[in-house]
Ligand binder design. Structure first.
Ligand code: ADP
Ligand code: MG
Length: 823
C-alpha cells in the first residue's frame, strides 16, 4: 500500500510543518501553499505507483487557488488537501483534524476507506501504553487535566517525559557541612515563615537541621498562595546553591527546590528521597514530589509493555540496553550512573531514526536526474586564470570537488565551509561561471541586503570585465529597477543573480536556473530554500557558511550533504596575538594599546551588548567607559563612540571619522561585528570577554589583523569570581591558543550546546530530547553506520524484522525529519 512507503512519506513530509502551523495559527496565516504542494508533489512522483500517482494529482488539485481564495474557501481547500494527504500517508492527529468536514456534509465512503488511521490511534485500544493517566492510582480528573496541559495524556506520554537532570539525595548535608558556593541537599524542619519588606518583597523560610544549624531559604518572585506550601514545623528537604548570608551572617539558599514531608509521609526511602532523584520539567500545579510518585507508578507498572523497535541484531552489536530497561533507569537510576548506558540507548534511538530518514532520502535523491554540466577542465582553468590572484590550495580543492559534482546528472548538494575571509566568494563565482558557460543561470542568495550588495560588488570586481552579467535583486530596489531586473532574469540576460530572499519570492522567475548558491544557509528557513530551488529544474545546490559548523553537527544537520572545507587563508595575513587579562591587570593591556597608538595605530575597545530592553543602560555604560578612558587611562587621546542607540547615519559618521584617523580609539558595543574594514586598527580590547560566545569573539577579532602589521586582541575579564574564575579562563584560553574558526566553533559547541550555538529555531536542528550532539559524537557515528547499512540491505525496509522501525519512522519521526532536511 502506498501509505507504508517510507520514501513517499519522506517526499511528502515537507507539507507537515506548514499544515501543523495552520492547525495552530489558522488558515489565514498560511501562505504560498499552492506552489509548495505543487513542488512537493512533483518530487514525490518519483516514488508513486499507479494508485498513488492519481492520489498525488488530487492532492495538487486540492491546493489550486488556495493562496488567492478568501478564508472560508481556504478552509475547505485545506481540508481537502489534508484528506488527500491522509489518503497517501499517515498524518499526525493534530493535522488530520484539519481535514474534518463541517457538520452536515457527509464523507463519500470511498474516501473514508482510503483514510489512514491517525498515528495516535495506531495502537489498539487494548494497548496498555494507551491507558489514560486517570488509570494510574493517585491520578484523578483534576490532576489529569493539569498533566494534559503539559501534553501528557497517556501512560506512554508519561514514560517518554524524561527528567531534565538528577540530584543525588542519598546523603543530605547538615547546614554546617554545606560548602558555600556549592549545591547541597539539606533536611530539617521549618521553624519560621516570614515575608520581609526590604528593597524588594521577599519570602524567607528558615529551616533548622538536626544539629540545630539554620538555613534561610529566600524567594523573591512568588504569589501569595505560595506561602501555604510551608506549614510551620513540617519536615522539609531543600536543595540548591548554598550562599553566604547578608552581612556575612549564616547561610542562605535562593529559590531552592523544596520537598515537603508530612505526618503521613515522613522521609523515607522512596522516589524522592534517599536515592538519585529525577528532576522533571515543571508541570504547573503539581508538586515535583507528587509528579515523581506518579512517574514511578507508570514506570513500575507499564514500562515492560514498551515495545523495542530497534532491530535486535543492532541492539546486540552496539551493546545497547533494551528500551524498557533504559527507560526505567532513565527515570529512576539504580544500576547505572545517571546519564550513562540508559541515556546512550535513548540517544541512539533518536540519532538512528534521523540518520535512517537521511539514508532513505539519499537513496531517493538519486531517482530523478538533474543537470549534467560540462564543467570541462579547460573552462575551469580559464575561469580560474581570470581571477586577480591564484587560488589557495583549499580553494582549488573545493572547486575541483564542486566541478566533479556539477558534471554528474545527480543534483549537487554540497556545503562549502570556510572561515571569515577564507575566500568562499571566489569559489562561488567560478562555480557560477561554469553554469553560465552551459547557458544556465546561477543565483546567489544572501541573508541581508548589505551582504547581497557586498557580494554583487565583489563578484563584479573579481570578474574584472569578463562578459558576464551580474544582477542584484533586493526588496528595497525601487519598483522600476525591480521590474527591469525581473525582465532580465526572465529573459536569461541576467546570468548571475545576487539577492536576498526576494529571489525566492513568487514574483521572481528565472529563464533557466541551473545553480543555486546559498550564503549562511542556517539563516534561511526550509521553505525559502525550497522555493528558490523550485525555480529551476532540480538545480545544483551549493551552500556556503562562514559560521563554522563543526563536522559532527553538519553530519546531523545535513546528513546527506557533501562537505568541502576551506581550511587555509589567502596569503598575506598576520596572525593576531591574543591574551586574556584579569580586571586587576588591565593596566598591562592598556600598555599594549599605548605602544600601538604611539606607533600611529588605532584601537577598538569593545563592550558587551546588553539586552534589547536595556538599551539605555548600554548607552550609559558605553559613554561612561569612553569618559573614563579619556580621563584616567588615555588623557589627550581622541576617543570616538559607536553604540546601538545611534541612527545608522550617526554610526556611519563615527566609523568614518575613525577610519580617517580623527579618533585613535573607538569605544563600541558589538555593533562593529559586521562589515568593518580598518587596516590601521591593530588592537582590539574586549571588556567582559567571558560574556561573549567564542564564535562571536572570533568574529570580532577578525576586525583587526586586516593590514600587514601585527595585531593584538586583549580579552579582559570581569571582576567577580565567576567571571575570572577557572571556568571562564579555560574557555577563553581557546582564543589564546588558536585562530582556527573550526576549532573555536567545536569548543563553543562543546561548552554551550548546539541549540545555543546556532539558535535551534533558526538552524532547523531537530530537537532531540536526549541526544546532545557535542557529547554524543560516537553514538552519532554508530547510529549513522547502522542506519546506512540497514537501508543498504533493505532499501524499502520491507523485511518483517524491520517493520517496527519503519513504523516508528513514519509515525514518530516524520515531522522532525522534515525539519532536518536541507532543501
Ligand atoms: P569569505 O566570503 O570566505 O569570508 P571572501 O571571499 O570575502 O571571504 O575573501 C576574503 C578576501 O580575500 C577578499 O578580499 C578576497 O578578494 C581575498 N581573496 C580570496 N581568495 C584569495 C586568494 N586566493 N588570494 C588572495 N586573496 C584572496
Ligand atoms: Mg563572504
Amino acid at each position: 500500500m502506498a501509505g507504508s512507503d517510507p520514501a513517499l512519506s519522506l517526499a511528502l513530509s515537507p507539507l507537515l510543518s506548514p499544515l501543523r502551523f495552520a492547525s495552530r495559527a489558522g488558515v489565514a496565516r498560511l501562505k504560498d501553499l499552492e506552489p509548495l504542494v505543487a513542488r512537493v508533489v512533483a518530487s514525490a512522483r518519483a516514488f508513486a505507483s499507479g494508485d498513488s500517482a492519481q492520489a498525488l494529482d488530487r492532492l495538487a488539485a486540492a491546493a489550486q487557488g488556495f493562496d488567492s481564495a478568501p478564508e472560508p474557501e481556504r478552509r475547505t481547500a485545506l481540508a481537502a488537501v489534508v484528506r488527500e494527504l491522509a489518503a497517501l500517508v499517515p498524518v499526525p492527529e493534530e493535522i488530520s483534524a484539519l481535514g474534518a468536514r463541517p457538520a452536515g456534509v457527509s464523507d463519500p465512503p470511498a474516501k473514508l476507506a482510503e483514510m489512514k488511521p491517525a498515528p495516535a490511534l495506531r495502537r489498539a485500544s487494548t494497548d496498555p501504553l494507551a491507558t489514560p493517566l486517570t488509570g494510574l492510582r493517585g491520578v484523578g480528573p483534576a490532576m489529569a487535566e493539569k498533566l494534559q496541559a503539559k501534553g501528557l495524556n497517556t501512560v506512554e506520554d508519561l514514560l517518554l517525559f524524561l527528567p531534565r537532570k538528577y540530584e543525588d539525595r542519598r546523603a543530605p548535608r547538615s547546614v554546617a557541612d554545606a560548602p558555600i558556593g556549592e549545591r547541597s541537599v539539606i533536611a530539617g524542619r521549618i521553624v519560621t515563615v516570614r515575608e520581609a519588606q526590604g528593597r524588594r518583597r521577599r519570602l524567607e523560610v528558615v529551616v533548622r537541621d538536626e544539629a540545630r544549624g539554620t538555613l534561610i531559604c529566600i524567594w523573591f518572585n512568588y504569589r501569595s498562595s505560595f506561602l501555604k506550601r510551608f506549614p510551620l514545623f513540617a519536615q522539609v528537604m531543600v536543595s540548591g546553591e548554598v550562599r553566604e548570608g547578608y552581612h556575612g551572617n549564616g547561610k542562605v539558599m535562593h529559590h531552592p527546590d523544596v520537598e515537603l514531608g508530612d505526618a503521613e509521609t515522613p522521609f523515607r526511602l522512596d522516589e524522592s528521597f534517599g536515592r538519585i532523584v529525577p528532576i522533571y520539567p515543571e508541570v504547573e500545579g503539581i508538586y515535583p514530589r507528587t509528579f515523581r510518585r506518579i512517574a514511578k507508578r507508570a514506570v513500575d507498572e507499564y514500562v515492560r509493555w514498551v515495545p523495542d523497535d530497534l532491530p535486535e541484531d543492532i541492539r546486540r552489536r552496539r551493546q545497547l540496553l533494551s528500551l524498557p530497561e533504559a527507560l526505567r533507569e532513565v527515570h529512576f537510576p539504580e544500576k547505572f550512573a545517571p546519564g550513562e548506558d540508559p541515556r546512550r540507548r535513548l540517544a541512539f534511538d533518536e540519532l538512528f531514526m534521523v540518520q535512517l530518514g537521511l539514508a532513505l532520502r539519499r537513496r531517493g535523491v538519486k531517482v530523478e536526474p538533474g543537470i549534467a554540466f560540462r564543467a570541462s577542465p579547460q573552462s575551469l582553468q580559464r575561469v580560474i586564470s581570470e581571477l586577480p590572484w591564484p587560488l589557495t590550495g583549499a580553494q582549488d580543492r573545493a572547486l575541483q570537488e564542486i566541478a566533479t559534482d556539477m558534471r554528474k546528472t545527480e543534483p549537487m548538494n554540497r556545503l562549502l565551509q570556510g572561515d571569515v575571509g577564507s575566500g568562499k566568494t571566489a569559489v562561488a563565482l567560478c562555480a557560477a561561471r561554469l553554469a553560465v558557460e552551459d547557458g544556465y543561470q546561477a543565483a546567489l542568495m544572501a541573508p541581508t541586503e548589505i551582504l547581497a550588495e557586498q557580494h554583487a560588488i565583489s563578484l563584479r570586481m573579481l570578474l574584472r570585465g569578463a562578459p558576464v552579467h551580474v544582477e542584484l535583486v533586493t526588496g528595497s530596489l525601487p519598483q522600476r529597477e525591480r521590474d527591469d531586473a525581473a525582465r532580465l532574469l526572465r529573459s536569461g540576460a541576467a546570468q548571475i543573480v545576487v539577492g536576498t530572499h526576494a529571489l525566492a519570492e513568487e514574483a521572481t522567475a528565472f529563464h533557466r536556473l541551473g545553480l543555486v548558491i546559498i550564503d549562511e544557509q542556517h539563516r534561511f528557513g526550509v521553505m525559502t530554500r525550497a522555493k528558490l530551488m523550485s525555480k529551476g529544474h532540480r538545480p545544483d545546490v551549493l551552500v556556503m557558511t562562514a559560521t563554522p559548523i563543526p563536522r559532527t553537527l553538519a553530519l546531523t544537520l545535513y546528513g546527506d550533504l557533501d562537505v568541502s572545507v576551506l581550511d587555509e587563508m589567502p596569503p598575506g595575513r598576520t596572525p593576531i596575538a591574543t591574551k586574556v587579562y584579569r580586571d586587576s591587570s588591565r593596566e598591562k593591556a592598556y600598555e599594549v594599546i599605548r605602544r600601538e597608538l604611539a606607533a600611529g595605530r588605532q584601537a577598538f575597545v569593545v563592550l558587551p551588548l546588553v539586552e534589547e530592553s536595556e538599551k539605555l543602560a548600554e548607552v550609559k555604560a558605553a559613554t561612561k567607559e569612553r569618559d573614563r578612558l579619556a580621563v584616567e587611562s588615555f588623557p589627550g587621546v581622541p576617543i570616538g563612540l559607536v553604540h546601538g542607540r545611534q541612527s545608522a547615519v550617526e554610526r556611519q559618521e563615527a566609523m568614518e571619522s575613525f577610519r580617517r584617523g580623527e579618533f585613535q580609539i573607538l569605544v563600541a558595543t558589538t555593533v562593529i561585528e559586521v562589515g568593518v574594514d580598518i587596516p590601521n586598527a591593530t588592537v582590539m580590547l574586549i571588556e567582559h570577554a567571558e560574556r561573549f560566545g567564542l564564535s562571536q569573539l572570533h568574529q570580532l577579532r577578525g576586525r583587526v589583523g586586516r593590514g600587514a602589521a601585527k595585531s593584538y586582541c586583549l580579552l579582559v575579564t570581569g571582576t567577580t569570581g565567576a567571571e575570572w574564575g577557572p571556568a571562564a579562563r579555560q574557555r577563553l584560553k581557546v582564543m589564546e591558543e588558536t585562530t582556527d574558526g573550526f576549532r573555536i566553533a567545536e569548543a563553543d559547541l562543546e561548552l554551550r550546546g548546539p541549540g545555543e550555538f546556532l539558535g535551534t529555531r533558526q538552524s532547523g536542528l531537530p530537537d532531540f530530547a536526549v541526544a546532545e550532539l557535542a557529547r554524543d559524537q560516537t553514538i552519532l557515528k554508530e547510529a549513522r553506520e547502522e542506519a546506512f547499512d540497514l537501508v543498504q540491505s533493505d532499501p524499502d525496509l520491507r523485511r518483517p524484522e524491520n517493520a517496527a522501525v519503519r513504523d516508528q519512522l513514519l509515525n514518530r519521526w516524520r515531522g522532525r525529519l522534515s525539519l532536518a532536511r536541507v532543501g
